[in-house]
Design a protein around this ligand. Structure first.
Ligand code: GLN
Length: 432
């Protein structure tokens, strides 16, 4: 799970924070031990995004989220493994090897933030900061039985976070409890001068808004429960949750979402397009790895990229370049943007009538290491329930929802209204 542990530094910081606790000046996260997904910059520390191409790169500044947790006296314990450039759903595309699930080490941890989920699952830290573009916080949280929150797009600054698909990327917490996730969000959220897309919407004190329980109106998407490839135990698990919610006085009703079959394709066209542009900066000149075979500018580009990027990242750069190319732009990229708009409008229309939408986080529990990595399309379909909220920019959380017969954790996803994380977190405590 860890690519590096900042042992000495963390111990020194712990001693310093203990003094602050003793004299009553400690911040909100005093002593909270937090791991960082290795795509979040921490000044004077290495950052690789789990890619060979960033080997040897040292961050020259800290991400805003890092500055904010440090200002509240968190202890950053190390860098956490992830899929290369956060591209994947199993943490098997990392240059540094896969992350094993702590519930069963033959199983994947989920991705792309597998290290961040396992570190919390295995009690190696209290929480982690990770990024979610299409499910990278929620899906590994589900596979590992922990809480994972993707905030509303623009709720949290992206400054200092390695860009994958800039109109989707959000930083959020992976934690043991909804309370911890709420506290961390309260610290990291809010406008940032360095991220022009970050919102000026005021930040509520999420950690103080967790009770009492209000009776809610909840929708579940009928198509998710009839979707091909949905594991029967997961279906059963969600149906049980629905019955329990009803028994406790909440209103839970089925709604139809006719675009479910299009969300994965729309997501992969748009995110690969954005990635092909964002990853152009890794050219063997500016950052990290340069091929020893480099002779002139062209060979530096070609060889450094050929040797530095892994297979999945290359596939996405090529896909993205293709969908943006002159002859195909209208057929793919521009069409996918229209599809994104339709999907967003439909989900928002559901949320005008309901407080939340619940779905399974994933169609299956954690699968075997090596099982799906050979077929990218199969792997992409693992994202079917998480990418909707990403396309719509809405906040969504994955909550532990028991285990299957094999003892593997299952996750329930709750999607909330734009910038209504307070309500989302309050409702989430129902499941704890
Ligand atoms: N599995 C998705 C992908 O590979 C999500 C990754 C993410 O959210 N960073 O794009």
């Amino acid at each position: 799970a860890f690519l590096e542990v900042f042992e000495k530094e963390a111990l020194e910081r712990a001693i310093h924070i203990q003094e602050k606790i003793n004299n009553g000046t400690a911040g909100k996260l005093a002593g909270m031990i937090i791991g960082l997904k290795d795509n979040i910059s921490y000044k004077n520390h290495q950052m690789t995004a789990s890619s060979k191409i960033l080997q040897g790169y040292t961050a020259v500044y800290s991400a805003t989220v890092v500055e904010r947790i440090l200002a509240e006296d968190a202890i950053i314990i190390g860098r956490l493994n992830c899929d290369e450039f956060a591209m994947g759903a199993s943490n098997e595309t990392s240059y540094f090897g896969p992350v094993k699930n702590f519930a069963d080490e033959r199983k994947v941890s989920g991705g792309s933030s597998g290290g961040s989920a396992v570190a919390v699952q295995a009690n190696l830290c209290f929480a982690s900061l990770a990024s979610d573009t299409g499910g990278s916080i929620r899906q590994p949280a589900a596979f590992c039985g922990v809480v994972g929150l993707k905030p509303t797009y623009a709720r949290v600054s992206r400054y200092g976070v390695v860009a994958y698909a800039s109109s989707f990327d959000q930083v959020g917490p992976i934690a043991k409890s909804v309370e911890d996730a709420a506290l961390i969000l309260e610290v990291i959220a809010g406008q940032d001068f360095y991220d022009g897309t970050s919102s000026s919407e005021p930040v509520p004190q999420y950690s103080k808004l967790l009770a009492p329980h209000i009776k809610r109106k909840i929708a579940y998407i009928e198509e998710t429960l009839h979707s091909e490839g949905l594991d029967p135990e997961i279906k059963q698990n969600v149906l049980q949750q629905i019955e329990q919610l009803k028994a406790d006085g909440h209103t839970v009703e089925p709604v139809s979402f006719e675009y479910l079959d299009y969300v994965v394709a729309t997501y992969y066209i748009l995110t690969t397009a954005e990635a092909s542009s964002n990853l152009a900066r890794y050219d063997g000149v500016h950052f990290g790895y340069r091929s020893p075979e480099s002779k002139d500018l062209m060979s530096t580009y070609k060889k450094s990229r050929s040797e530095g990027f892994g297979e999945e990242v290359k596939r996405r750069i090529m896909l993205g370049t293709f969908v943006l190319s002159a002859g195909y732009y209208d057929a793919y990229y521009s069409k996918a943007q229209k599809a994104r708009r339709l999907i967003k409008e439909k989900i928002e229309a559901i949320l005008e009538e309901y407080d939340f939408i619940i779905t399974p986080t994933t169609p299956t529990p954690a699968f075997n290491i090596g099982e799906e990595i050979t077929d990218p399309v199969v792997m992409y379909l693992a994202d079917i329930f998480t990418v909707g909220a990403s396309l719509a920019g809405l906040p969504a959380i994955s909550l532990p929802s028991g285990k299957n017969k094999e003892g593997l954790p299952l996750g329930l996803q709750v999607i909330g209204k734009s910038f209504k994380e307070a309500e989302l977190l309050e409702f989430s405590t129902y499941f704890s």
